[in-house]
Design a protein around this ligand. Structure first.
Ligand code: 6PG
Length: 252
């Protein structure tokens, strides 16, 4: 169903949602490789995408992706070491990356465990520019897919309510601070998120239902609900418990 704040696809449960997201990844990767010879993707952190990554490592999906042509980035990262249980890189590595024989130069981890998160953000912007072959001081380049989640407070990536990072007009990557555990973060910004060729947000669980209604159908309040700043081209992949409050939240 197309809405002013994106298309919403509802799935029976978190497993069906994860399968749909894995299929989207495969489809978008095949299209990008056919069109441009590679697939540039920014992975989401948090817990919801873990099952998506696990499914991508299973033969049905694993054999359908040309992994040697995939450039992996992250939408955000906590200020922890790669081995830390809260690391978004570490979650994706355990669920997917370590199961694939990938060239390490194509895995672009945000090294947010280094002391100066602003320097890390500046260096990550350089790394994205280098990998995509564009000037680092120019407009943000389009990644083929940016996979995101949404917090119960309406944040996405590490773009939290009422934080300066929401209003960043030029930088592609900035440091930010969360009012929750693992407070120091490095995150992509809306300028680079909203030029992606595909933006997919995976949202599961009844605890997200009220926020999803507010984000998708409530009055505009992008300071309080950062996910409202996402491009209207976004596709929301949600399970039925999270979609419960949506008008016409029909199954995909
Ligand atoms: C992070 C994520 C964050 C996440 C949401 C949803 O680093 O925490 O990037 O934006 O996607 O908080 O998290 P869950 O999937 O765990 O609900």
């Amino acid at each position: 169903m197309n809405r002013p704040r994106g298309e919403v696809r509802v799935f029976a449960d978190a497993e069906e949602l994860s399968r749909a997201a894995a299929r989207e990844f495969v489809h978008l990767s095949q299209h990008a490789v056919a069109a441009r010879g590679r697939f540039t993707v920014a992975l989401a952190g948090g817990s919801t995408p873990r099952r998506v990554y696990e499914l991508l490592a299973e033969p049905e999906h694993r054999e359908a992706v040309d992994w040697g042509r995939v450039e992996f980035f992250w939408g955000d990262e906590r200020a922890v070491a790669a081995e830390h249980p809260d690391s978004n890189y570490g979650m994706a590595a355990a669920a997917l990356l370590f199961k694939l024989a990938l060239p390490p130069e194509r895995i672009h981890r945000i090294q947010a465990d280094r002391p100066d998160c602003d320097a890390v953000a500046l260096e990550y912007q350089l790394e994205i520019a280098r990998a995509l072959g564009v000037p680092a001081d120019g407009p943000p380049p389009p990644l083929d897919l940016i996979l995101l989640g949404m917090g119960a407070d309406g944040h996405t990536a590490s773009l939290f309510p009422h934080t300066e990072a929401l209003r960043e007009p030029h930088r592609w990557v900035v440091p930010n601070h969360a009012e929750k555990p693992r407070a120091d973060r490095v995150t992509l910004t809306f300028p680079i998120i909203n030029v992606a060729r595909a933006i997919r947000v995976v949202v599961a669980g009844a605890e997200k239902a009220l926020t999803l209604v507010a984000v998708l159908e409530g009055p505009s309040d992008p300071e309080r609900l950062p996910s409202q700043r996402l491009s209207p081209d976004v596709v929301w992949l949600v399970d039925r418990p999270a979609a419960r409050g949506l008008a016409g939240g029909r199954d995909a």
